[in-house]
Design a protein around this ligand. Structure first.
Ligand code: TRH
Length: 395
C-alpha cells in the first residue's frame, strides 16, 4: 500500500515543468514541490525545470547556472535537451517503487523517462490547468492509455470537492489572519518593496492599497482614473514589468493616487503582499488562486486563449462565486478592456456600502473554498489508493 498522509513512509516525486510563457507554470510547480517536501509530508521531491532564469525571478535562491541544487527541501534539476540520461535514471525507477511522475500541464516527458516507465511501478500523473468549468469534475482522475500499456491519470485542480482542489498549505489562513492582525509586519514588507515612510504612513492612516498584476491589455488608465477620483487616497502597487512607463504618462491630478513600482517578490512575500492589500488584481493561474486566500476583493484576468476559451473560464468561475451581479460585470469589463464601463463600475464599487458588500462576499467565498480539501492532500490521497504493482498498468 502506498503512503497515506501522516504515515512515515515518504514517496518519491518527480515533477517535470516546462516554462511555456510567463511565471504560472513554474509558479504552480514550485508551490506544489515545496508543499510535498515540507512537513507534515516530507516526501522526496525532484523538480525538473527547463528555464531556471524565469524560476529565479520568483525564487532568487535559485542559481540559474547550476544543473543540480537543493532548496527548501526540494532537489531542483535543470532539464535540458542535453541532460544526460543517467540524470533521469532515478525517475520512476526507485527500487521500492513508491514513485510518482508528474508532468505539469501536458509537458512532454523526456524519452529516457518514458522509456524507463513501462518496466517500473510508478504512478504517472498529468497535472492540468485550473478551471472552474463543470466538465472538469468528469475528467478529474480519468486514466488514458499510453503506448507501452501504461496509463496516465489526469489530475484537475478545481473549485469543487469532485476535483483536485486548490493549492493551500496547512495553516495558511491562520498565518494570513495573524499577518493581517499585525500592522508592523505589513510596514516592514512595504518598506522591503521600496515604499518610503510617507507612503507607508499614508496606508496606515487608511489609504486604500491596491496591487495590480495584470496583462497589458487591461484597462489600466480607467483603473487609475476611478481611483484618483475617489475621496479615499490610494496607493497602487505595480510589480516590475506591469504597465511599463506608467509613472511618466499618468498624471493623477487629484493627488489622491500614488503609483509605486515594486520589485518581483519571492512567492511567500508575494502571498503576504496579497494579504496586505485591500484590492488584488491578478491574472493567469497561481496569483488567481493566491488572491482567493487573501479573502479580500479581487479582480481576475485570465490568460488570453484561442477561440475565446478564456471567456468561458472567466464566466465559469464567476458563476461559482457568491459575488453580486454588478461585481461580476465589473470583473468582466476588466478582461474586456472596456475603459468606460470599468471606470463607472469601479466608481460604483468604491462607495462604502458596495465596497463592504464586496469584502463580505470575498471573505465568504474564501471561507467556503478553504473548507474543501487542498490539492496536495487530494493528490496524496489518490496516490495512497494505488497498490504499487498495479499503479500504471492496465489490467
Ligand atoms: O505569470 P502568469 O501570467 O502565468 C500564466 C498562467 O499560469 C497561465 O495559466 C498560463 O497559461 C500562462 O502563464 C502561460 O500568472 P500566474 O499564473 O499568476 O503566475 C505568476 C507567478 O508569479 C505566481 O506564482 C506568483 C508569482 N509572483 C511572485 O512570486 N512574485 C511577484 O512579485 C509576482 C508579481 C508574481
Amino acid at each position: 500500500m502506498r503512503h497515506h498522509p501522516g504515515c512515515p513512509t515518504p514517496l518519491w516525486f518527480d515533477i517535470f515543468c516546462q516554462v511555456v510563457d510567463n511565471f504560472g507554470d513554474i509558479g504552480v510547480c514550485w508551490r506544489l514541490a515545496r508543499q510535498l517536501a515540507a512537513a507534515p509530508h516530507r516526501h522526496h521531491v525532484r523538480l525538473w525545470v527547463d528555464d531556471l532564469h524565469t524560476f529565479q525571478r520568483l525564487e532568487p535562491g535559485v542559481n540559474a547556472q547550476q544543473r543540480l541544487q537543493q532548496l527548501d527541501g526540494v532537489q531542483i534539476l535543470h532539464w535540458t535537451t542535453d541532460t544526460p540520461a543517467r540524470y533521469f535514471a532515478g525517475s520512476g525507477a526507485r527500487a521500492d517503487a513508491n514513485s510518482v511522475v508528474i508532468e505539469a500541464f501536458g509537458c512532454d516527458l523526456p524519452p529516457a523517462v518514458l522509456n524507463a516507465m513501462p518496466e517500473r511501478n510508478c504512478l504517472w500523473l498529468n497535472l492540468e490547468y485550473l478551471s472552474a468549468e463543470d466538465w472538469v469534475e468528469g475528467f478529474h482522475l480519468q486514466p488514458s492509455l499510453q503506448p507501452g500499456g501504461l496509463r496516465k491519470h489526469f489530475f484537475f485542480p478545481g473549485f469543487t470537492v469532485k476535483t483536485g482542489g486548490l493549492l493551500r498549505e496547512p495553516g495558511l489562513l491562520e498565518k494570513r489572519n495573524a499577518w493581517q492582525a499585525n500592522p508592523a509586519a505589513r510596514r516592514a514588507l512595504l518598506a522591503q518593496c521600496g515604499l518610503n515612510t510617507t507612503d507607508i504612513d499614508t496606508i496606515d492612516n487608511g489609504a486604500r492599497l491596491v496591487l495590480v498584476f495584470c496583462y497589458p491589455d487591461a484597462p489600466l488608465s480607467a483603473l487609475a482614473q476611478a481611483l484618483a477620483a475617489n475621496s479615499r487616497p490610494t496607493v497602487l502597487l505595480l510589480p516590475d514589468g506591469v504597465w511599463p512607463g506608467v509613472e511618466d504618462t499618468i498624471d493623477a491630478g487629484t493627488g489622491r493616487l500614488q503609483i509605486r513600482r515594486i520589485p518581483f517578490l519571492r512567492q511567500p512575500d508575494f502571498d503576504r503582499l496579497l494579504w496586505s492589500c485591500d484590492l488584488n488584481i491578478v491574472r493567469g493561474e497561481d496569483s488567481w488562486v493566491r488572491a482567493h486566500w487573501a479573502g479580500r476583493p479581487m479582480i481576475w484576468q485570465p490568460y488570453t486563449q484561442a477561440e475565446n476559451a478564456h471567456w468561458v473560464k472567466l464566466d465559469a468561475w464567476l458563476a461559482r462565486t457568491p459575488l453580486h451581479a454588478d461585481t461580476r460585470k465589473l470583473i468582466r469589463h476588466w478582461t474586456a478592456g472596456d475603459e468606460t464601463a470599468f471606470s463607472l463600475g469601479l466608481a460604483h464599487h468604491l462607495q462604502a456600502d458596495i465596497w463592504t458588500r464586496w469584502e463580505q462576499q470575498s471573505a465568504a467565498w474564501c471561507h467556503a473554498l478553504a473548507a474543501q480539501p487542498d490539492l496536495a492532500s487530494n493528490l496524496l490521497t489518490f496516490c495512497a489508493g494505488f497498490p504499487v504493482a498495479t499503479a500504471n498498468r492496465l489490467k
